[in-house]
Design a binder for this molecule. Structure first.
Ligand SMILES: C[S@@+](CC[C@H](N)C(=O)[O-])C[C@H]1O[C@@H](n2cnc3c(N)ncnc32)[C@H](O)[C@@H]1O
Length: 252
């Protein structure tokens, strides 16, 4: 595919040596972890968000302006939570394609009714230039190899005037808020997951989830990486102190 080289390099977090030794191992581990836990993902997501995760995603898509008839690419689509909502919002005249490197996740997405899915990574999309009006990525930007590369790819496959929406969890700035969310996500959620689904990999997934959030580059650097890739109207909207919604447009 006609991939454009990025001049801006920004790994989303440093290598986490408690889990892997190098980039090759990281990629392999992340893929295996999501593959093996795909059937538990929706349960974990529901418990972790007190049942509000689905509604929140729908509202975030509305806030970003997704509308009828648009062509959408959902990158890191996982079990298809966002993609399914996108199908509702774009209606029968729109299209939604889900991309994910995990076969297990894509199977779950298809089971949820996402009609079009393909295997791929955000940093190397198996897609032609300027095909989409809207790109979304929900809670997956920590898993790309490099944000500069990924955002250059998003820019390439978006039509001029198209929108990108990135959803991510960002630890709150206040000390007490930070400690509370750390306790919840680092200790409580992995334990609840272990007890709820009785799967060590699912517990590991949720420990890794927090560690990547804690080590992720700060929001300002994500905004700068979007600008460096050529996007304009780059913004971050924060909901409930922790849910970051990054939006940006490819100039018309
Ligand atoms: C936490 S799940 C998020 C799923 C879904 N977007 C949601 O909102 O719940 C992260 C997803 O990112 C995928 N992923 C991992 N590495 C990726 C990459 N390099 N590019 C795109 N997606 C990736 C995983 O396979 C997994 O399905």
């Amino acid at each position: 595919m006609p991939k454009v080289e990025s001049k801006y390099s920004l790994p989303p977090h440093p290598l986490l040596n408690d889990y892997y030794r190098d980039e090759t191992e990281r990629k392999k581990m992340v893929k295996q972890l999501f593959d093996s836990t795909a059937s538990h993902y929706d349960w974990i997501n529901k418990v972790m968000s007190f049942g509000t995760g689905e509604r929140y995603r729908y509202e975030a898509l509305e806030r970003a302006g997704l509308g009828v008839g648009q062509s959408v690419l959902d990158i890191g689509c996982g079990t298809g939570v966002l993609a399914r909502h996108e199908m509702e919002l774009v209606g029968p005249d729109g299209t939604v394609l889900g991309v994910d490197p995990s076969f297990g996740m894509l199977q779950q997405a298809q089971g949820r009714g996402v009609e079009w899915v393909t295997m791929g990574r955000g940093e190397c999309l198996p897609l032609q230039d300027q095909q989409f009006d809207f790109i979304s990525m929900g809670y997956a930007l920590r898993h790309v190899v490099d944000l500069g590369e990924a955002f250059t790819e998003y820019y390439r496959v978006l039509k001029p005037g198209g929108t990108v929406l990135l959803l991510e969890i960002s630890p709150p700035a206040s000390r007490i808020g930070y400690q509370l969310i750390k306790f919840y996500m680092k200790y409580l959620i992995p334990l609840i997951t272990r007890l709820g689904v009785r799967d060590k990999n699912a517990q590991l997934l949720m420990s890794y989830y927090w560690d990547t959030i804690e080590q992720c580059v700060p929001p300002q650097m994500i905004l700068e990486a979007l600008e460096a890739a050529g996007f304009e109207k780059v913004k971050r909207n924060v909901q409930f102190g922790v849910f970051s919604e990054y939006t940006a447009s490819r100039p018309a």
